[in-house]
Ligand binder design. Structure first.
Ligand code: NAD
Ligand code: DAU
Length: 350
């Protein structure tokens, strides 16, 4: 009989990690889930309040930059599998300060790989690394990122994620570490830190603050409901092949300006404002340095091989997301006070 699983999920207090934690804790009572998170500005225990008393769940505060701590953690908890989501995740912050990204995303991933390589004695394990479509670079008007697309990262964030992907693959080829990787497009949904486009715009519209659209707003992103990403991670973890990469996307491309205008319409309706009122807040600001023009994912492989598809339409997901932010004022207020104000003023001062 195979050994019971104790899955280490890193970054489980963050946006996507909290959705993955919730899914795994509820759906798999037979697994022990250890959530390792440093609780940086992006990590928030409120995101996982509803699972903290579950008998198959444990939270550990810790830093993946600390190799000795990871070695002990694997031994103490008898970690059998890893779902690695912990990262510095915001592109703009990587431009103003790349070192945290290099230390957590590259060195932290290397530390985790070393802990797994040293602790695991056979191949009955999974080291699943969660990555981004940004490693593929930037597309023009045509084409899609496929799993075979050459890497061409262009921001410190995407370069750090690309480095970590390469390390994960190198550990598979060199040491036969049983790895899986997925590269996903832009996620949206509840519990996303309001430095990212959608929650930032919702919050600003609500408070009648300017809506800072970079450049001309013509950059294109492919948006995916975060719970669909969590479902894809579940499917890949359980049925994806060892050593393989899977792209995950929403078949849902929007220019930033079209998306912001659509959000304005939803918010006008929800806040009983006159049609067109929120759009007046749009303010075109200095573009992001090295701003990638377009991301678009070809997710045919996960669809055909593992049967995964997005479950809800963007219009429906966005309504739900807006409702969540409007109904969770305390959550938003708690994280947009203090340090967030300083970040916001420094970043948008121009
Ligand atoms: P997030 O910033 O919301 O959360 C990151 C979490 O990692 C936080 O809880 C933080 O406390 C934790 N963390 C950071 N540094 C750590 C360290 N040194 N040790 C331990 N914990 C640490 O990020 P997210 O948006 O939820 O992204 C999660 C993962 O998914 C990342 O690897 C990201 O690259 C990837 N990803 C994100 C998106 C997206 O649209 N957000 C899309 C594709 C892939
Ligand atoms: O593609 C996946 C990636 O998506 C993830 O790997 C990253 O972790 C995640 O942060 C996200 O990166 P982006 O840079 O695409 O997301 P962000 O929400 O920061 O920006 C989305 C688009 O909106 C981008 O083209 C920049 C633009 N933007 C963003 C902000 C914060 C603006 O125009 N104004 C803004 O204020």
């Amino acid at each position: 009989m195979s050994q019971p699983k104790t899955i280490l999920i890193t970054g489980g207090a963050g946006f996507i990690g909290s959705h993955v934690i919730r899914l795994f804790v509820h759906k798999y009572p037979q697994y022990k889930i250890v959530n390792l998170d440093k609780l940086t500005y992006a990590g928030n225990l409120e995101n996982i309040r509803d699972v903290e008393k579950a008998s198959n769940y444990e939270f550990v505060k810790g830093d993946i930059q600390d190799k000795n701590f990871l070695t002990k953690l694997f031994e103490e908890k008898n970690i059998t599998d890893v779902l690695h989501l912990a990262a510095e995740s915001h592109v703009d912050r990587s431009i103003s300060g790349p070192m945290d990204f290099i230390m957590t995303n590259i060195v932290g991933t290397a530390n985790l790989l070393e802990a797994a390589r040293n602790y695991w004695k056979d191949e009955n394990h999974i080291f699943y690394h969660i990555s981004t479509d940004e490693v593929y670079g930037s597309l023009g008007a045509e084409g899609f990122f496929e799993e075979t697309t050459a890497y061409d990262p262009r921001s410190p964030y995407s370069a750090s994620k690309a480095s970590s992907d390469h390390l994960v693959r190198a550990y598979h080829h060199t040491y036969k570490l049983p790895v899986k990787i997925s590269n996903c497009s832009n996620n949206y949904g509840s519990h996303q830190f309001p430095e990212k486009l959608i929650p930032l715009m919702i919050n600003n519209i609500k408070h009648n603050k300017p809506l800072p659209v970079y450049g001309k707003g013509e950059n294109v992103r492919d948006w995916l409901w975060v719970e669909d990403h969590a479902r894809a991670i579940d499917v890949i973890f359980h049925t994806g092949k060892i050593g393989e990469t899977y792209n995950i996307g929403g078949w849902n491309e929007w220019t930033n300006i079209a998306l912001v205008k659509f959000l304005c319409q939803i918010m006008d309706r929800k806040l009983n404002r006159a049609a067109g009122e929120s759009e007046k807040l749009i303010s075109y600001v200095t573009d992001r340095a090295g701003h990638d023009l377009r991301y678009a994912i070809d997710a045919t492989k996960i669809k055909n091989e593992l049967g995964w598809m997005p479950s809800i339409k963007f219009e429906e997901g966005l309504e739900k997301t807006v409702d969540w932010y409007l109904q969770n004022e305390n959550w938003v207020n708690a994280i947009t006070s203090g340090d967030y104000q300083k970040y916001y003023e420094a970043h948008y001062k121009g």
